[in-house]
Design a binder for this molecule. Structure first.
Ligand code: SF4
Length: 341
């Protein structure tokens, strides 16, 4: 019986990763895997003009494999292409005990090693409370509602749970807002570490909730057009599978252990992620979904842009003046709710 060839498809070294498609299998040794991964990210940046000359860039960093990888590769891209652009990092401290304190230390070490300026913005400073306290206060709000209206207990409870969702619903709104407000004045662009798996999950979540307009805002360059008051977000890893990013970060020594926010498993995103991963050929399915989104994206963006111009959908939040679809943006509504308790 012939032994299976374990060599890299490009050299005689032992392969560490196989890229299997319906038609062929390409095997990569450590060096060729790194080379191929970096080339893929480089091509994504170039093809979509994600990093241009003379830009002040900030990278939203969490200390996880994705954000450290994208921060490292974006800095490398700027240096290798001799761009007159700068890159700094920002991390949001939500105050999640046993998780964020550790990842902040990791980000600090990483930024020191690669000489990257780091800014830390916290929920405590911005909203007066850490996440745990915010969630507890919002729950208390529900109890108050119930006390005042015993008869409607069930209805109130259901509405509130629908409104608040998992911890990620509240945290995500506040995180996005704080990232934007901390960066919009100072930077031209924000890089995020969203990978292909994240993109596919987001697309499916938006389809589940019938939010086509939100799919239009997806892609390597987010949004349908530049909006004053929002820092432009770009995603250099959007063509990279999560597994590839994990291997790259591990091979480069960025991360040796897997850390995930303890609240992540409670989110709807985690449910979608697990469902997709449970499919036999999930890798190919993810690639197909991602490709389909990219194919329909230009049309969706065009339609969404026409709709938003004709209806003047974006207003200014009455509290913070940020662009908002509502009279008051969601984060100011939450901040007001927390202050009132
Ligand atoms: Fe916040 Fe959820 Fe992310 Fe944890 S996983 S940092 S709770 S959005």
């Amino acid at each position: 019986m012939r032994a299976e060839n374990m060599n890299c498809s490009f050299c005689k070294d032992r392969s560490i990763y196989n890229n299997e498609t319906k038609y062929k299998t390409v095997k990569y040794c450590k060096n060729h895997f790194i080379k191929n991964f970096e080339k893929k990210v480089d091509n994504t940046i170039k093809k979509n003009s994600l990093i241009k000359n003379n830009e002040k860039i900030v990278c939203a960093t969490s200390g996880g494999k994705d954000s450290l990888t994208v921060l490292y590769l974006s800095k490398k891209y700027i240096e290798e292409n001799k761009l007159n652009s700068s890159i700094e990092a920002i991390v949001i401290d939500e105050g999640i005990p046993g998780y964020r304190d550790k990842t902040i230390e990791d980000v600090k070490k990483f930024c020191k090693k690669y000489e990257i300026k780091l800014k830390i913005a916290s929920f405590k400073k911005a909203y007066g409370k850490e996440l745990e306290e915010i969630l507890a206060k919002r729950k208390k709000n529900l109890s108050k509602l119930n006390k005042n209206n015993e008869k409607n207990y069930k209805e109130n409870s259901e509405n509130y749970n629908k409104k608040q969702g998992s911890p990620c619903t509240t945290c995500g709104i506040l995180r996005r807002d704080l990232l934007n407000k901390s960066c919009v004045e100072k930077y031209d662009k924000m890089i995020t570490g969203h990978n292909m798996d994240d993109e596919v999950q987001t697309a499916l979540m938006n389809i589940f909730f019938g939010k086509t307009d939100l799919i239009a805002r997806m892609g390597p360059v987010t949004g349908i057009s530049e909006v004053q008051g929002f820092v432009q977000r770009v995603k250099p890893l959007h063509m990279c599978a999560e597994k590839e990013v994990t291997i790259y970060a591990f091979l480069k020594g960025f991360r040796n252990e897997f850390t995930e926010c303890p609240n992540a498993k409670l989110s709807f995103r985690a449910f979608i992620r697990d469902e997709i991963n449970s499919l036999g050929n999930s890798r190919e399915i993810k690639q197909n979904i991602n490709r389909s989104i990219l194919e329909i994206l230009p049309k969706l963006k065009k339609t969404s842009k026409e709709k938003s111009t004709s209806k003047q959908i974006l207003k200014k939040c009455i509290s913070c003046s940020s662009p908002s679809a509502l009279e008051q943006c969601k984060s100011c509504t939450i901040a007001e709710e927390i202050r009132a308790l």
